[in-house]
Design a protein around this ligand. Structure first.
Ligand code: ADP
Length: 651
């Protein structure tokens, strides 16, 4: 290979790619000019090429520290196949094999040498480093240097010294440039990587975390029964993954789906090898539609065409969640990721974190109590960030991208579950909101949401005296206090209320809140709270979930329900429906009532169906009308302010 060839020529020649991917360009450029680089890119986005191409283009040896022997072997095999001198040094080799690799490195036959981090504990190896002209010191999976990362490796702490011990291939002063790569780096991890690897003015690149074709959603549920009711609906006919936190839960999900006539199987570490292989093969071959897995379902299956992923329980961290979510839609086609969210699952996770310590840590080494404490604190912290995602009212995509520090985290994505549910309020909802705001004002802006909600529903026995006899006490007595609390959260999210940044979370009205309360502002957009679907009375096979309805017929199990139930149909919605009917009638050259009767239009505006199933239950909408107009009507409703949930009945 020629040193004078341009990197682009070498890219064609050795790697067979027509061009670098956009995020790779500045990284390769920075590596070529000898800068220290920290690149944060998701798995599969082409990190390896960012150091392999400079390794081929520049004289000297590129050392690559990698923690996984299997990954090392794969990369080395691939490089050798492409005619590039590469080898690996790790504990899986015999002493003879290791000696042979060292000899080839000495002889200058290698462009890339992959090294397991524990090699740097060997004096023999570190002294050899002095003799090799090293052009780049690459640290793959660099988060392993940080205790904040999900797999801390103490051996990574030696790497700063190891890099210092290297002899620069250009004979310049100091150590060779350090390039660090990772797929998971929260700001804490990133800071650790820079300081613990001794990086100097590193150029930092964070890219590629957005997966715009994946629709992210969080679905609040009341418990296991509701989860079971929802699973078949969320999956439908899609090729899917269900993630569960325990083996039992994975089994349970699989049984539920099989009962609903869906080809599903559980996949976890408790299965025999034969059984696991059988599941993997059937899924790969397409005879199995759904795999219900614990996180044991690692790299085993690599289907690019998965359409749906459902998390039946809260994952342990945002990293873990996003990595599992990332397994769907890799072919670029639309995919849906739904997290079923129940606060009880947080308790299970907390229990799992604490229990691991009681069991004496991971291996057979006596655990150090200080380490245990630190680990536990970190895991609780990560769990908290995951809870913040599940419970948040902000744009879900933005929340994740910000978590990873991706600069593509722009404004609201308008396509995640939260963005889609954020709606302008109807008249009736606005009135409801004004009552809540008045409650906060009358209470003297001195109380948190629980007290305000209790006061509004008139739960006198639970109230501090000061709240028991206000003019707003009992003002919303027909409503559920938990739901009012959610509306309060949504009002905080919409900037109409603020809550104090202490444990009391005292509510105050903002300027917007005052204007809305006083009627000076008549529009406000917020994330309308969701009402939990109560699974209809027992039995997995009940059809209650079919249309995603609450047991009370005709009441959509959605956000709009608490106010919409008693509300008059919204004028804007009626007008939108009538305008659509007029156009439709004109197109078909029939009178308007032939398209839909007034009564039916009224019923639609009143019920506000969110799915074809819901629409089909409205009197006056038979199968033919549903087929002819169903989609169009749902679109009109969405345009008129009722957010439509994608394929799944309700949101
Ligand atoms: P990572 O190390 O980030 O997990 P890889 O380096 O394994 O990702 O790359 C993932 C895939 O993308 C590989 O199949 C690789 O050949 C391919 N790839 C990387 N860079 C390019 C490129 N510039 N053009 C086309 N394919 C690329």
């Amino acid at each position: 290979m020629s040193v004078v060839s341009s990197p682009l020529d070498l890219l064609h020649q050795y790697f067979g790619h027509p061009a670098l991917r956009p995020p790779q360009v500045p990284i390769v450029e920075a590596a070529m000019i000898g800068a220290d680089v920290l690149a944060v890119m998701p798995t599969g986005s082409g990190k390896s090429l960012c150091f392999q191409l400079p390794a081929v283009a520049l004289p000297g040896l590129t050392l690559v520290v990698s923690p996984l022997i299997s990954l090392m072997k794969d990369q080395v095999d691939e490089l050798v196949r492409r005619g590039i001198g590469a080898a690996a040094l790790h504990s899986g080799q015999t002493a003879d094999e290791r000696r042979d690799v060292l000899r080839r490195a000495h002889g200058g036959a290698l462009r890339l040498l992959y090294v397991a981090p524990e090699r740097f504990a060997s004096d023999y190896f570190t002294s050899a480093l002095h003799d090799w002209p090293v052009s780049r010191f690459v640290v793959d999976e660099a988060h392993c240097v940080s205790e904040w990362g999900h797999d801390f490796r103490p051996d990574y702490r030696r790497l700063a010294d190891a890099a210092d011990a290297c002899h620069r291939s250009d004979n310049g002063p100091g150590r060779p440039p350090v390039l660090a790569f990772t797929a998971t780096a929260t700001p804490e991890v990133r800071d650790d990587i820079v300081s613990l690897l001794g990086m100097r003015q590193p150029q930092v690149f964070v890219s590629g975390f957005d997966r715009p074709n994946i629709e992210l959603g969080v679905r609040p549920v009341s418990g296991d029964r509701e989860k079971r009711a929802l699973l078949p609906e969320l999956i439908g006919k899609s090729r899917s993954l269900v993630y569960a936190s325990t083996r039992k839960s994975a089994e349970d999900a699989s049984e539920t789906l099989v009962d609903a006539g869906i080809a599903a199987a559980a996949y976890h570490a408790g299965l025999s090898d034969t059984e696991r292989t059988r599941v993997q093969d059937a899924f790969a071959a397409g005879t199995l539609q759904v795999v219900c897995a614990t996180n044991a379902f690692g790299m085993g299956i690599d289907r690019p065409d998965l359409e749906v992923v459902v998390h039946k329980e809260l994952p342990a961290s945002v990293e873990a969640y996003y990595q599992e979510v990332g397994r769907v839609g890799r072919d670029g086609r639309p995919a849906v990721a739904t997290l079923l969210w129940n606060y009880v699952d947080v308790k299970t996770r907390e229990f799992l974190i604490d229990k691991r310590d009681e069991e004496g840590g991971r291996g057979d080494v006596e655990p150090d109590p200080g380490d245990q404490d630190r680990r536990r604190r970190l895991e609780h912290l990560k769990l908290k960030r995951m809870v913040a995602y599940a419970d948040g009212t902000g744009c879900l995509r933005m929340t994740i991208l910000r978590y990873f520090g991706d600069p593509d985290a722009g404004a609201d994505c308008q396509s995640c579950g939260n963005c889609l549910r954020r709606a302008a309020l109807t008249e009736a909802q606005l009135l409801f909101v004004r009552k809540i705001l008045s409650g906060v004002a009358r209470g003297g802006e001195r109380w948190g949401r629980r007290n305000i909600a209790a006061m509004l529903v008139g739960q006198a026995e639970e109230l501090p005296e000061a709240l028991a006899s206000l003019s707003t006490s009992g003002l919303l007595k027909d409503h559920d206090s938990k739901l009012i609390e959610k509306w309060i959260d949504a009002l905080v999210g919409a900037g109409a209320l603020s809550s104090s940044p202490d444990i009391y979370r005292t509510l105050r009205l903002t300027a917007v809140g005052r204007d809305v309360m006083a009627g000076r502002q008549t529009t406000i957009t917020l994330l309308v709270p969701t009402v939990r679907v109560k699974a209809a009375g027992g039995g997995k096979k009940k059809k209650a979930a079919k249309a995603g309805r609450s047991p009370k017929r005709g009441v959509p199990a959605t956000a709009l329900a608490p106010v919409a139930k008693s509300a008059e149909p919204d004028e804007a919605m009626l007008n939108a429906l009538r305008a659509w009917r007029r156009d439709e009638a004109r197109t078909r050259a029939v009178p308007a009532y032939v398209v839909l009767h007034d009564k039916t239009i009224d019923a639609i505006a009143h019920e506000r169906p969110r799915s074809l199933a819901d629409l089909g239950e409205i009197s006056g909408i038979g199968p033919a009308k549903l087929a002819a107009y169903g989609e169009a009507i749902l679109r009109v409703l969405t345009g008129a302010g009722v957010p439509e949930s994608r394929s799944h009945g309700v949101s």
